[in-house]
Design a binder for this molecule. Structure first.
Ligand SMILES: [Zn+2]
Length: 207
């Protein structure tokens, strides 16, 4: 990874970064994406260093590619993708790098409808389903988010509620970490949750 030069103030505020994501998703939805092909001049400029305006923790699911969803170009987004958008030591380390060195003003935890990892966690919790050992270890990071969910919900509604709960739990964990608290206290960093809708391509930001 390339370190940004010194601690220059971010080019965007957190609110401006969030607005960029919203406008980018709107462009994607309207079929008018700006970044469909290679832009040599931008690549050459970025080779000198990166200053992404947002960090995104999303799911590995092939149907949820953040750059496409937000119509973002090279150098715009610092992205971690892991099944179920869960936190683990190396994920937290990557996010800390984004906060400490890249100083991205905006952090987004983005879940998505129909998440297979969340569905597997539901099957594990409510139906005792079993998975391979490494997958079960991953699900351990999702299971606590399912506490308090209404098991009697229709399956699709239960998955939707669990996806939101999983995003919110990840956000809480980040907010309550010493680093997260410190960055929030500075007032320059914002953390938001989002849900991607598979069938429409729309990103719904959580209140
Ligand atoms: Zn997923």
């Amino acid at each position: 990874m390339v370190r940004s030069k010194g601690h220059a103030p971010p080019a965007y505020t957190a609110d401006e970064a969030l607005a960029r994501l919203k406008v980018g998703n709107a462009r994607f939805l309207s079929g008018k994406s700006h970044f469909p092909r290679r832009q040599q001049q931008i690549l050459a400029e970025l080779a000198k260093g990166q200053q992404p305006y947002a960090t995104i923790l999303g799911c590995s699911d092939s149907r949820v590619p953040p750059e496409l969803v937000f119509d973002a170009g090279f150098g715009d987004l610092f992205i971690v993708r892991v099944a179920g958008n869960v936190l683990g030591p190396s994920i937290i380390g990557t996010l800390q790098y984004a906060g400490t060195h890249l100083r991205t003003p905006l952090f987004v935890v983005m879940g998505h409808e129909g998440c297979g990892a969340v569905q597997a966690a539901i099957a594990c919790k409510f139906h005792g389903a079993q998975q391979a050992s490494r997958i079960e270890a991953l699900l351990e990071d999702i299971l606590p988010a399912l506490d308090g969910l209404d098991e009697s919900l229709p399956p699709e509604a239960l998955v939707s509620a669990a996806v939101v709960a999983n995003v919110r739990r990840t956000m809480r964990t980040l907010q309550e970490s010493p680093e997260g608290k410190a960055r929030m206290a500075e007032g320059v960093m914002k953390l938001v949750g989002a849900i991607y809708e598979l069938d429409t391509g729309r990103v719904r930001f959580l209140e």
